[in-house]
Design a binder for this molecule. Structure first.
Ligand code: SF4
Length: 259
C-alpha cells in the first residue's frame, strides 16, 4: 500500500476517444504550459480551485487527491469492457509528466493488472521522468504545437526544443501518435506545419492527427473568472481542414482529422 497521491480533476469512464476501444480517462491537474486556446483551463493550476457553472451557477471544486489504489479500483470497474473492446486507461491532463512519480507508480500498477495504457502529453516536462514512464505506456499521444522556439515560449510559455527532444526520445521506444492542434493564427502557418511534418518524418512515423480548433472551453474561463483570449478566433471551415488533410496526405502521411 502506497500513500502517494495524485491531483486529479476528472475521471471519465466509457470514453471512445483518446485511444483504442472503450477507455477510462484520468485527467491530471496541473500543466506547465498556458496555451491560450486550452479547452480545459481548470486543468492548468497545480492546486484545487473553484469554478462556477454557467448552467446553474453552482460552484464546483476542481481537483481531488487520489491514491494509486483508488484509481486502479476505479479502472478495474471497466475491465470487462477494456478486454472486449481493446480499450484501457488513458492518462491525460493537464500534463501527466508534471506528476511524474505518481504517474510512474500508477502506470506500473496498471500494467501489473494487464491494462492497456496511453498517455496524452504536451511533451513539456523532465526527460528523466519521461524515460522512467515510457516502459509502461502502450501509446503516447504527443502534442506538437509551435515549432519556432521563441514563439513557443511567448505564446504557450514553454520552449519547443524541450518538447522536440522529448518527442524524439519517445519515438525511440514507443508507439507515438503526433497530434497537432490546428489553431488559426497560432499553429496553422505552413512553415509550422512543414516543420512538424519534417520532425515526424525523421522519426519514421507515418500517422498524424490534426485537431481543429473549437471553443467548447470558452464558458469555463468565465466560470474561473478568467479571460478567454481567442473569443474572436473562427472555427476552421470544413474545406480548410480538407485542404490541410490533402496537403499532409500528399507528403505521404496518414492523417486523421480530430483523432
Ligand atoms: S498543454 Fe494542454 S492542458 Fe496545458 S495549457 Fe496547453 S492545452 Fe491546456
Amino acid at each position: 500500500m502506497n500513500n502517494r497521491k495524485g491531483l486529479i480533476f476528472n475521471i471519465q469512464r466509457y470514453s471512445l476517444n483518446d485511444g483504442e476501444g472503450i477507455r477510462t480517462i484520468v485527467f491530471f491537474k496541473g500543466c506547465p504550459l498556458r496555451c491560450p486556446w486550452c479547452s480545459n483551463p481548470e486543468s492548468q493550476s497545480f492546486e484545487t480551485e473553484y469554478m462556477k457553472s454557467n448552467v446553474n451557477g453552482n460552484i464546483k471544486t476542481i481537483g481531488k487527491w487520489y491514491t494509486v489504489d483508488e484509481i486502479i479500483k476505479e479502472a478495474l470497474k471497466d475491465e470487462v469492457f477494456f478486454n472486449t473492446s481493446g480499450g484501457g486507461v488513458t492518462l491525460s491532463g493537464g500534463e501527466v509528466l508534471a506528476q511524474g512519480e505518481f504517474i510512474e507508480e500508477l502506470l506500473k500498477e496498471l500494467k501489473e493488472n494487464d491494462i492497456n495504457t496511453a498517455i496524452e502529453t504536451c511533451g513539456y516536462g523532465n526527460i528523466n521522468v519521461l524515460k522512467k514512464i515510457l516502459p509502461y505506456v502502450d501509446t503516447v499521444f504527443f502534442d506538437l504545437k509551435i515549432t519556432d522556439n521563441q514563439k513557443s515560449k511567448e505564446i504557450i510559455k514553454g520552449d519547443f526544443d524541450t518538447i522536440k527532444k522529448n518527442f524524439i526520445e519517445s519515438t525511440k521506444s514507443n508507439r507515438v501518435i503526433p497530434r497537432v492542434p490546428y489553431i488559426p493564427g497560432y499553429t496553422d502557418d505552413i512553415e509550422n506545419i512543414d516543420e512538424i511534418l519534417n520532425i515526424v518524418k525523421k522519426c519514421n512515423l507515418k500517422e498524424i492527427h490534426v485537431l481543429p480548433y473549437h471553443n467548447y472551453g470558452m464558458s469555463k474561463y468565465e466560470g474561473l473568472g478568467r479571460e478567454y483570449e481567442l473569443k474572436n478566433t473562427e472555427i476552421p471551415k470544413k474545406e480548410t481542414m480538407e485542404k490541410i488533410k490533402k496537403y499532409i496526405e500528399n507528403k505521404g502521411f496518414k492523417i486523421i482529422i480530430g483523432g
